[in-house]
Design a protein around this ligand. Structure first.
Ligand SMILES: [Zn+2]
Ligand SMILES: [Zn+2]
Length: 257
């Protein structure tokens, strides 16, 4: 992932105009929400189509149970490899250690977040993030609709049980894909409103449409592209590549445990 800077959005690390700037989607989402946006740490750039995009959709949408399980284990491995190295980057972006890790609830289907169904995430988060708690029930859907480029802080609510933990804590908000950020940023605004000291969004894939958007194609060409190597044994060499925020925050890259 390219670090925020010239041509890279300061919030979502996606393509932006030259010079320090927010991308069009972030400007639009911020204006509609009326709050500063949460910084995003994308784990991978995710062109559509790509093998990574297939994994990030397939773990929740594949009609074949066996495929969903296989994709889910790839999702788990991708996040775990990222947290093993870049937990300090997330903490640096949050201004301190993370207390709660909260998946963004689905807005497309009933129930909670599809990530809540990925076995082992709770243990990985606790182990990698110094005891941070995985809280799949902290947020639930509210009444308002939310969609692409269409954020609304009423789309989610913090559950009464989670309020004491959210208030005054730093939260990692986890999502599989990040497109315009309308959903994740709406959820971040809700956590902030409930008293969270800081919210950092970790998105497994920053979705780009090089086929449709010339700026995305140009960004992908500029970026030092990481192969969509989920599901393979990445090896420590590739896992230790800087994330979008290492460079920006100067956070130390953790030694591999
Ligand atoms: Zn942006
Ligand atoms: Zn990093």
């Amino acid at each position: 992932m390219p670090a925020p800077g010239p041509g890279v959005c300061l919030v979502c690390c996606g393509p932006a105009a030259r010079g320090p700037a927010l991308c069009f989607a972030c400007r639009s989402v911020a204006r509609q929400l009326g709050v500063p946006l949460a910084p995003v740490v994308p784990v991978r750039v995710c062109p559509l189509p790509s093998p990574l995009y297939a994994v990030l959709m397939g773990y929740k949408e594949s009609p074949v149970g066996e495929a969903r399980h296989r994709y889910a284990s790839m999702v788990r491995a991708l996040l775990d490899a990222f947290l093993a190295v870049h937990t300090p980057c997330v903490a640096a972006a949050a201004g301190g250690p993370i207390r709660l890790a909260v998946p963004v609830p689905s807005t497309a289907r009933p129930g909670g977040s599809p990530l809540a169904g990925v076995r082992g995430l709770a243990e990985d988060v606790g182990r990698r993030m110094d005891g941070a708690r995985w809280s799949p029930c902290a947020l639930r859907r509210g009444d308002a609709p939310v969609g692409h480029m269409w954020p609304d802080a009423r789309a989610f609510t913090v559950t009464p049980e989670a309020r004491p933990e959210v208030a005054g804590g730093r939260c990692l908000l986890l999502d599989d894909t990040y497109v315009s950020g309308a959903r994740a940023q709406s959820a971040a605004a809700v956590l902030r409103r409930a008293g969270a000291m800081a919210v950092v969004i970790v998105a497994l894939g920053r979705v780009l449409r090089p086929d449709r958007v010339p700026a995305h194609a140009a960004y992908l060409q500029r970026a030092t592209l990481q192969p969509a190597d989920v599901g393979t044994d990445e090896g420590h060499g590739s896992a230790r590549r800087p994330c979008a925020r290492c460079v920006q925050t100067g956070a130390p890259i953790a030694p591999i445990a």
